[in-house]
Write a protein that binds this ligand. Structure first.
Ligand SMILES: Cc1cc2nc3c(=O)[nH]c(=O)nc-3n(C[C@H](O)[C@H](O)[C@H](O)COP(=O)(O)OP(=O)(O)OC[C@H]3O[C@@H](n4cnc5c(N)ncnc54)[C@H](O)[C@@H]3O)c2cc1C
Length: 393
């Protein structure tokens, strides 16, 4: 564990990220400059275990750092989250061979190598839906040959370690099998197709990754499971991922809140009243604060529950999905209200609030999606063994 105040260090980087955000967003360019700053400030190893030279930051510190970065640039925060969460999940719930985990860790700390999971495909959609990927690994000479195309590969311009989900051929009558493979940026046959041109989080570099008959030695198989069997990262995977999305989204909404508050305090149309005097503006600002504060409270509650596993109340994993659902909806509403406070000029491209309005939507489309999250809560309430409420004493 390090004694560095990582959220304060992230806050120091934020002004430069905020200055660069508009141009990267307009051009859809990847913020290599921000990532160079993050690397120089030691953030690449933030969640890496201490035994590999990392800071081994807690879940709470990771969330605080992401929120600070997202206040300046949502794309940088979301993209960086994909790297950081890998180590947090794996620390708690090992799912990869130790040699590969060590290589990912030392790669990040010593060589500035970034990692992400590359699972989604155009035809498959989200693997969380339970479908079978088209990307296939065929056994070959003791190893594997891997072919396919992945979409939404966030961080693609900088990734070194790509954890790729593929199907394995199985004999007729056997259930289909899935596997994760380690693919390196330097592997012949790997290329990036720069397809990412999206409404929001435009600078995350979430391009397509093309895997053209890549030859992999046997050690590249990280893990395998039957279709329908849970991911080996289990609930730890959900905790670091879903709460990271919450922190990123709260950061974007907080930036919109601050913009609307500053605007309302100063904007005086050609009349004698500053707009903060109008009841409609006042109640919208108050409501924004309620929504953002409620989201942060739910995220903090879930993060504490995950770290300390409370004896009472909903299980930690249910609190995590509650935080995810509510944060997405609250923050989208909060930024919408901020747009209404600022008025017509909130639509101008030269104002960052227009970008916040688009960026705040992105995490909605990352797991756990609302329907599946609600289904999980319903299962806990309706299908788990029932404990009647205790009478009040
Ligand atoms: C900014 C951004 C970054 C991303 N980065 C990455 C990344 O780095 N790596 C990666 O692998 N992926 C990434 N993704 C992809 C993401 O995780 C999802 O896979 C992707 O958004 C598609 O999910 P979907 O549920 O919308 O699509 P689909 O699976 O096509 O689903 C479409 C709709 O049908 C519903 N649906 C589908 N199946 C079911 C079901 N079984 N039960 C109920 N409802 C169902 C969904 O809820 C959704 O409403 C990223 C996405 C975004 C937006």
């Amino acid at each position: 564990m390090s004694s560095i105040d990582w959220p304060a260090r992230a806050r120091d980087l934020a002004p430069a990220f905020a200055d660069r955000a508009e141009q990267h967003d307009r051009e859809g360019s990847f913020p290599f400059d921000n990532f160079a700053d993050l690397r120089a400030a030691g953030f690449y190893g933030l969640t890496v275990p201490g035994r590999f030279g990392g800071a081994e930051a807690s879940l709470g510190t990771y969330l605080a750092v992401l929120e600070q970065i997202a206040r300046a640039d949502g794309s940088t925060a979301l993209a960086f989250m994909m790297h950081l969460k890998t180590f947090g999940q794996e620390r708690e719930s090992p799912s990869y061979p130790p040699e590969w985990f060590e290589r990912m860790c030392t790669g990040a700390v010593q060589h500035g190598q970034l990692v992400n999971t590359v699972a989604t495909e155009e035809g498959l959609g989200s693997p969380a839906g339970g479908g079978l990927p088209d990307t296939t690994a065929i056994p070959d000479d003791g190893g594997w040959r891997l072919s396919g195309r992945k979409s939404f590969a966030t961080l693609a311009p900088l990734l070194h370690h790509l954890i790729v989900l593929a199907r394995l051929p199985t004999p007729d009558g056997q259930p289909p099998e899935l596997a994760n493979f380690m693919v390196l940026r330097t592997d012949p046959g790997l290329s990036i197709d720069e397809t990412w041109d999206s409404l929001s989080m435009r600078s995350t570099g979430s391009h397509d990754v093309v895997l053209d008959d890549i030859h992999l030695t046997p050690d590249r198989l990280l893990n395998r499971r039957a279709l329908g069997q849970g991911d080996a990262r289990g609930s730890a995977g959900m905790a670091w991922f879903a709460l990271g999305l919450c922190a990123t989204t709260i950061g974007v909404a907080s930036a919109a809140r601050d913009y609307a508050v500053a605007y309302a305090r100063e904007r005086t149309p050609n009349s004698n009243r500053t707009i903060k005097e109008y009841p409609g503006v006042r109640s919208r600002i108050a409501r924004i604060d309620l929504l953002v504060h409620r989201s942060r409270a739910l995220m903090d509650d879930a993060s504490r529950a995950w770290e300390h596993r409370p004896q009472h109340g909903p299980p930690a994993i249910d609190r995590i999905v509650m935080a995810k659902i509510d944060t997405m909806n609250n923050c989208i509403e909060a930024v919408d209200l901020a747009m209404r406070v600022v008025g017509g000029v909130s639509l101008q491209k030269r104002r960052p609030i227009e970008r916040y309005y688009r960026d705040v939507r992105a995490a909605l489309h990352n797991p756990p999606l609302e329907d599946r999250a609600l289904d999980q809560l319903a299962r806990t309430a309706l299908d788990e063994p029932y404990e009647p409420p205790k009478a009040a004493e």
